[in-house]
Design a protein around this ligand. Structure first.
Ligand SMILES: NC(=O)c1ccc[n+]([C@@H]2O[C@H](COP(=O)([O-])OP(=O)(O)OC[C@H]3O[C@@H](n4cnc5c(N)ncnc54)[C@H](OP(=O)(O)O)[C@@H]3O)[C@@H](O)[C@H]2O)c1
Length: 359
């Protein structure tokens, strides 16, 4: 039985769910593929749970429960403050899993990659740093990042398979934010924007500061990852996300922002009414072509695949030389901790299988 060691950075909603999925899948994966997934370390912002050997199932379960209850890993038995997680890297290959949303992770990740480790990322930020960083992280095929764009939806692997088999990308048109898709649906049902944002926030569908969703930056990051995966040598300024709010609302407190949101209700009601008068739907759409990209609120004909989206679903329509008259469509829930953790686990399993043959 091959032992595959994992260092997991991040024990938030996705990280905790991933631990539970790994514990549940250990025995079936061992039976099917002949490897066992072991945790070498778990990290949060406080430090690491680490003993120098594989953590026991009981220790890992207790860590999930403690994080669920709001404790820090450093407060647990075998919890240590670590100045730099790279100090935990073993001399043999393991899988580093980044399920944080942290900036600046790319330096350590690149160093680990150079030292022969494999990477699995749900964190978009390392892949949206400089183009050179993206290339260094992905060029050798030892980094997987499916969950960064479609959570559990197979969008990165689909795009890579098309390109690897000689297809050429003509256009990707996508609705990639469950939160913004929900707001578009709610606006079409004549809810004021302010009410829709309040509802989404109270259901936990927005970031704590809803401007993180409404700025369009998260969608722009996903669009950049798709574009770079397609070989387009772009930086963030090539995919400016159109914000839903004016600059003067960008710097006030979250509470003031929520209060002032009603100032935008009439504008959005007018936008939806205008679209409806022409039998069009309003959607926040990322469009990527080799010539450029846009990430903005658009009016689409009612029979457009994106116009048929409801609720928080994501949809990616890929037009390529092979799928030119009818785009290849990937559609389904594109957010949520279960599907996101499953996307990460799929990448871990693929990486582990590769490590069995090419350590
Ligand atoms: N939730 C979704 O539906 C979804 C979908 C697709 C992709 N993603 C991506 O998945 C990632 C995780 O999402 P989430 O919802 O689980 O986030 P979260 O609940 O905010 O959890 C983030 C975790 O990362 C830890 N962390 C942050 N900075 C760190 C650092 N420098 N070193 C070590 N640990 C650090 C935090 O530690 P503390 O616990 O100590 O704060 C926390 O445990 C994000 O990049 C997100 O964009 C999420």
């Amino acid at each position: 039985m091959t032992q595959i060691q994992i260092i997991q950075i991040g024990m938030g909603g996705v990280g905790r769910t991933l631990v539970q999925q790994i514990l549940a899948q250990r025995a079936p994966l061992a039976a099917r593929y002949g490897f066992v997934l072991d945790y070498l370390a778990l990290l949060d912002q406080s430090g690491a749970l680490h003993t120098g050997q594989a953590l026991t199932t009981e220790t890992v379960r207790a860590a999930v429960a403690a994080k669920q209850d709001g404790h820090k890993l450093v407060s647990l038995t075998n919890g240590h403050a670590v100045a730099d997680w790279r100090a935990l890297l073993p001399s043999t290959p393991c899988i580093i899993v980044d399920v944080t949303a942290a900036d600046g992770m790319e330096h350590g990740l690149l160093e680990a990659l150079t030292a022969g480790q494999r990477l699995v990322l749900a964190n978009k930020r390392p892949l949206t740093a400089t183009l050179a960083t993206f290339i260094d992280l992905t060029a050798h095929g030892k980094t997987r990042y499916e969950a960064t764009v479609g959570a559990g939806l197979p969008i990165i692997s689909t795009l890579q398979n098309l390109l690897d088999s000689g297809d050429a990308l003509l256009q990707i048109e996508a609705s990639m934010s469950g939160t913004l898709a929900y707001l578009c649906s709610a606006l079409e049902q004549q809810q004021p924007l302010s009410t829709a944002v309040q509802t989404a926030r109270s259901r936990g569908w927005t970031e704590p500061d809803p401007r993180d969703d409404l700025s369009g930056a998260d969608v722009a990051r996903k669009a950049l990852i798709l574009a770079r995966t397609a070989g387009l040598p772009w930086d963030m300024n090539a995919v400016p996300g159109e914000p839903w709010f004016p600059p003067e609302l960008a710097t006030i407190s979250v509470e003031d922002f929520m209060q002032r949101l009603s100032d935008l209700d009439a504008r959005f009601a007018h936008e939806v009414a205008q679209a409806r008068a022409q039998n069009m739907a309003v959607r926040y759409v990322a469009t990527i072509t080799p010539a450029g990209a846009s990430v903005a609120l658009k009016h689409l004909p009612a029979d457009h695949p994106l116009a048929t989206l409801r609720g928080t679903d994501n949809l990616f329509a890929l037009t390529t030389t092979r799928y030119e008259t009818q785009p290849l469509v990937v559609r389904g829930p594109g957010a949520g901790v279960d599907v996101t953790a499953a996307g990460v686990l799929g990448d871990i399993v693929a990486t582990a299988r590769e490590m069995q043959t090419v350590p």
